[in-house]
Design a protein around this ligand. Structure first.
Ligand code: GLU
Length: 494
């Protein structure tokens, strides 16, 4: 058999997610247990959502976890470039092949028509999807409309009837009726490929033998297989891993659990413990041992031992494992070394000191001001909010609305946080100072310290979010009913 080549293909559109590391770990172990190669490809064709900051964070976090790649950004190989935005000419060449073979067609439908179509389909309770309006436009008309400058996208043709039957390495035979599959857009009107198209072209050109990814992609397999067939390529083997779940079994989400790898780094988890914990998601070592390294996992890896029951990402269990590493894998000297590196990294201090020096007279004043950066729980009690001018319901409203508002921030920094919170305080008609005061206590645990906006900017979105959520809990939480009322109120704000 030819070489085993696996990949992860993250889109750089946000914080580096623990789910990405989990899939990376299993791909890497599978490849390395078979003398294969593990590839990292950046899927950044969505130009409005992708960012360099996010890409760098993903690369840094994977490196931090010890999940290095054999080919990818910074590690060029013969199948590069490994960033989709640098491969656009490849996609144009390949879309031409499909157009020539008449496996794809230009669609001139306006967004308004598609919107109306969708609304009608929802109203009539019929299958939602493209209705083939442009499927049979004559070539003359196509040329004329292109000449006239009409916008178009390129869609793939889909069989009218029958089932797509394929085999998944973990799930066996899967069958999906073609009527459920939309005539997928392959190329957008700006000439950029969609995920489905670029992903298949790249997996083929990068000689990927096994596509191991999250189960949310399983319904995309028919489209992908059809593309392989249209091009006349041999498809890879597909393997869809179970999704990570919150303790309540819902899909792991940042609203309930911190999902950013950066959060775990900033809370002082050890990378070897976190990656070990991710290895326990759906996998057990044949020996039953719970503590193992990436190398040990790769040495004994057998994909067939992955279990499909949704693995629960449970902070309590992670804390237990991390504690075990701290006690069993580190001498006191190493502890001192690692702790000081974690607590006083030069970058953080460089950011903090300009804020702190205004407020101190001697070094021994510093710790009191900055301790909340180095702690998980800021020690809130109900009394923490007693002196606040606002009543409990107003404070809860500020917390919940701020959480929703902060979620929308793409680039987390002082200006963006300031803008969002200032705008929210205006909409709620509360003076900014008063509005920020409960947030201040939630984030820093203190009545006076560095400004809350500067603090949140340095702490990062995940830590800030966890602190606000803890403060909500401390005040008795938000019931389902109250949550609904708040959401309705929030939606009315403009
Ligand atoms: N870019 C996709 C993602 O962000 C990749 C999915 C796949 O592995 O095919 O998850």
């Amino acid at each position: 058999m030819s070489q085993i080549r696996t990949r992860i293909a993250p889109s750089p559109t946000g914080d580096p997610h623990v789910g990405t590391a989990y899939i990376a770990l299993f791909n890497r172990c599978f490849a390395h247990s078979n003398d294969g190669k593990f590839i990292l490809r950046i899927e950044d064709t969505d130009q409005t959502r992708s960012s360099e900051v996010s890409e760098n964070n993903i690369l840094e976090s994977l490196r931090w976890l010890g999940l290095s790649w054999d080919e990818g950004p910074g590690k060029e190989g013969e199948h590069g470039p490994y960033r989709q935005s640098e491969r656009t000419n490849i996609y144009s060449e390949h879309i031409d092949i499909l157009l020539k073979k008449k496996k794809a067609f230009r669609c001139f439908c306006t967004p308004e028509r598609l919107d109306q179509l969708r609304k009608d389909q929802l109203k009539n309770k019929t299958q939602v999807g493209y209705d083939g309006h442009c499927l049979n436009i004559s070539e003359e008309e196509v040329s004329a409309r292109i000449k006239q400058g009409d916008n178009f996208v390129i869609r793939m043709k889909i069989p009218d009837t029958g089932d797509c039957v394929f085999s998944d390495l973990l799930r066996g035979e899967v069958s999906i009726n073609w009527s459920q599959i939309d005539m997928q857009v392959l190329m957008k009107s700006d000439g950029m490929p969609t995920y489905h198209f670029a992903n298949v072209v790249d997996d083929h050109l990068m000689a990927i033998s096994h596509v191991i990814r999250g189960e949310e992609w399983i319904n995309s397999v028919p489209k992908h297989l059809l593309l392989y067939q249209y091009f006349g390529w041999e498809p890879p083997i597909f393997c869809h891993m179970p999704l990570l779940r919150n303790p309540d079994k819902s899909k792991l989400s940042k609203r309930k659990n911190p999902t950013s790898i950066k959060y775990y780094e900033s809370m002082g988890y050890l990378p070897e413990a976190l990656v070990n914990y991710l290895g326990m998601m759906g996998w057990t070592m044949p020996s039953g041992e719970e503590k193992f390294s990436v190398q040990e996992m790769a040495d004994r890896f057998d994909i067939n031992r992955v279990s499909l029951g949704g693995p629960i990402f449970d902070l309590g269990k992670l804390n237990w494992l991390n504690g075990k590493y701290i006690r069993e894998e580190m001498s006191d000297d190493e502890f001192v070394d690692k702790y000081t590196k974690w607590a006083f990294p030069k970058n953080n201090l460089t950011n903090l000191i300009p804020l702190v020096r205004e407020r101190v007279d001697k070094f021994s004043d510093v710790m009191e001001l900055v301790s909340f950066f180095l702690t998980g729980d800021v020690g809130l009690t109900e009394e923490s909010f007693h002196n606040n001018k606002l009543d409990k319901d107003d404070i809860l409203r500020i917390f919940q609305f701020s959480l929703w508002r902060l979620e929308g921030i793409n680039e987390w920094n002082q200006d963006s946080i300031q803008n969002e919170l200032q705008c929210l305080s205006k909409q709620l008609d509360i003076k900014l100072r008063e509005f920020l005061s409960p947030l201040f206590i939630a984030v820093t645990g203190k009545p006076v310290s560095i400004s809350v906006i500067e603090s949140m900017a340095i702490l990062g979105i995940d830590v800030s979010r966890v602190r606000i959520r803890n403060a909500i809990k401390m005040l008795g939480g938000i019931s389902k009913k109250m949550g609904k009322t708040l959401l309705a109120e929030y939606r009315k704000l403009t």
